[in-house]
Write a protein that binds this ligand. Sequence first.
Ligand code: BG6
Ligand code: MG
Length: 219
Amino acid sequence: MIRACIFDLDGVIVDTAHYHFLAWKRLANELGYNLTLEENERLKGVSRMQSLEIILELAGISLNDSHKEILADKKNGWFVDYVERMLPEEIYPGVKQLIGILKSRGIKVGLASSSKNAQTVIRLLQIQHEFDAIVDGSMISHTKPHPEIFLKTAAKLGVAPSDCLVFEDAEAGVEAARAAGMKCVGIGSPVLLRKADKVFSKTSDFNLATLHELQTISN
Ligand code: BG6
Ligand code: MG
């Protein structure tokens, strides 16, 4: 039975994944590296420092820890600048309605985001009260694809992992959901997210018919 739906934030509820990309691309440019959209897929779902490590590896640059902290802070400053100008209307169409439908069916709704800015983003979107449990990047020790964030959210919701369905736009996130023993709906490319049970191009394409269909699939 699916008793809880756990949503990733960036790229699933709102297009902040794009703001992360813009800020990382700007940082990469300063380092003399041109970060592509394809390479950016590897940065999705993982922590800020892990993302920076990937960029440095791509660029073939090695830096000490304090220099890395400075660059990660710089990127975050730009990201926060983009996000602070965001309006509640930027939430993807249909997502609030979907959450409402799920809740009306007695399904619990959780948020599991690797971002340390997650609370700010959901406050700006005015959806902080929609979730029965929230776990963000400041509450975990292991980044996706480790299952920790989803297991923690399920525990907060009081729902067994096998009764949870995750919505994810990141390859690392889909892997984390699978590793947690949860079902997973991918949002984005069916090729990149092939480990998901179902893939849609947008979150609001998911409906109750898909929920019923997924109830019958074993994890
Ligand atoms: C994830 C994003 O949600 O949060 C990643 O998919 C991002 O791209 C990560 O790096 C960490 O975010 P923040 O806001 O803590 O830098
Ligand atoms: Mg995401």
